[in-house]
Design a protein. Structure first.
Length: 442
């Protein structure tokens, strides 16, 4: 009785208490069956958990392997890039010429020697030496690679450079030659891909690509490279153009956005055509501005890549700086003379010994001209042009080597990074400034 009361204290149902007390053997049997069932249940559950954990581990392992394979592929590509790059000019034949818009053409180039093509970094460019009739000597021009690396060919996209309004000058020599004369089957002299403006595919930091007009070419190479490598990197692509008549790679950009969830495409039309439809042909009326970026981006914390006309880049870089974006996160390419001013770096001020008259005298010995460099951001090439001294120029970014000039006396400093070699006693005038009074062999 005492035991019954004890069990009831623990609120066991009366029937169960009676069963245990009245039929101990049955109760024991039930207990054993219950215990066994519990064990079976635990075993089954344990198995299911193990199976899930196993699957998760396998899928994580799969992901890790995939990443390893991609990294290995990139390493192989970059090894191939270095091993099959070439020095000087190599012959390429024009395999295909495609009209992108009325005044812009894409050229698909294959190596004439049939040997492998080095890969390149998306954003880099090719340097061409063109024999333009009437120019007297070959001219050197750079054009960005407008697609990511493909094993069979390179692609560049050239827009005819119109003369400045009411200037009476002829249109651009190199771009007109490409658009009007270069045809399929022609052979061109091309330097290996080069340039410091490129997207590092190993990085994961979210991106903002901003282009204006034909400045879209390196951005297409970058966006294509991201899509080809299956990157999930958050990417905002802002492109400014007048209207759909000028919109380069319009359908390709729409496919990029439709097929890659991580790519958010925003096209701005400054002068939409009557038939252009908002939401279909463009997302915003007006220009690409930092105001627009502020409305759309969750923060300013991105890596920015810019390419477009000078004033467009100047205003965007300036406004990004005001928004608190540091210069180290803003990368840009100028298709002409670089006009974007970086915040003055401490090194830029070091070592300049100004003459008593407040500037540094630069003497162009061959042409018998003199000019004074006042410490502003201009290069020696720009100074020479203002003094009407002819120095050849191609990329204006220190890569093509066209503006190499011998220094007869004095010292120079480099304003930016350069790809071309400048032997001792010479300098690349497009990215140099004087440090002392100078005498140049120009
Ligand atoms: C790294 C890099 C990448 C580039 N990528 C591309 C690209 O992908 N696509 C592209 O289309 N371009 C690109 N460019 C620009 C390209 O290299 C050329 O600068 C552009 O095509 C103009 O060259 P041009 O020979 O046609 O013009 P130029 O002959 O150099 O003439 C330039 C301008 O000067 C005017 N001009 C002519 N004669 C005179 C005169 N006597 N006085 C004053 N002005 C005159 C012309 O009308 C023209 O407006 C890139 C440039 C660089 C540096």
């Amino acid at each position: 009785m005492e035991r019954v009361r004890h069990l009831q204290i623990y609120h066991m149902p009366a029937k169960l208490v009676n069963l245990i007390v009245g039929h101990p053997a049955t109760a024991a049997g039930l207990l054993i069956v219950g215990g066994l069932s519990l064990q079976v249940c635990l075993l089954v559950l344990g198995g299911i958990f193990r199976l899930f954990a196993e699957r998760k581990r396998a899928s994580l392992e799969g992901l890790r392997l995939e990443l390893e394979i991609k990294r290995a592929e990139r390493q192989i590509r970059s090894a191939a890039e270095t091993s099959s790059a070439w020095n000087g000019y190599r012959k390429f034949s024009v395999a295909k010429k495609v009209a992108e818009t009325g005044d812009t053409f894409s050229f698909y180039l294959k190596p004439h020697d049939g040997k492998p093509l080095p890969a390149f970094k998306p954003g880099q460019y090719l340097t061409f030496q063109l024999n333009v009739p009437g120019e007297g000597k070959p001219i050197v021009r750079c054009y960005s690679l407008s697609d990511c690396a493909r094993p069979s060919h390179y692609r560049v996209t050239v827009k005819r450079c119109p003369p400045p309004e009411k200037s009476g000058h002829p249109p651009g020599a190199g771009s007109s030659y490409f658009c009007d004369h270069v045809k399929e089957g022609d052979i061109l002299d091309v330097k290996a891909p080069n340039g410091h403006f490129y997207l590092d595919l190993e990085q994961e930091r979210p991106l903002v690509l901003i282009s204006g007009g034909v400045g879209v070419t390196p951005m297409i190479a970058m966006a294509n490279a991201l899509a080809e490598t299956g990157s999930a990197r958050e990417t905002w692509f802002f492109h400014g153009t007048r209207n759909s008549g000028d919109h380069l790679f319009k359908s390709h950009m729409a496919s990029l956005a439709a097929e890659n969830k991580n790519v958010r495409m925003h096209v701005c039309h400054s002068k939409p055509l009557a038939g252009d439809v908002s939401g279909r042909d463009y997302q915003h009326e007006g220009r690409v501005t930092v105001e627009l970026l502020k409305q759309l981006l969750p923060s300013s914390n991105y890596e920015y890549f810019l390419c477009g006309p000078g004033p467009f880049m100047e205003s965007i870089t300036e406004d990004l700086r005001s928004w608190g974006v540091s210069d180290q996160h803003v990368h840009f390419e100028a298709f002409g003379p670089a006009s974007v001013k970086r915040a003055a770096s401490p090194e830029a001020k070091v070592g300049v010994t100004f003459a008593p008259f407040g500037g540094l005298e630069v003497t162009f010995a061959k042409s018998g001209q003199k000019a004074v460099w006042q410490g502003e951001g201009r290069s020696l090439l720009e100074l020479a042009e203002e003094a009407r001294v002819k120095i050849d120029a191609g990329c204006r970014a220190g890569n093509c080597g066209s503006c190499l000039v011998a220094i007869k006396s004095g010292k120079v400093a480099y304003i930016g990074k350069h790809g071309a070699d400048a032997e001792e006693g010479s300098c690349l005038a497009c990215i140099c400034r004087p440090v002392t009074a100078l005498v140049l062999d120009a």
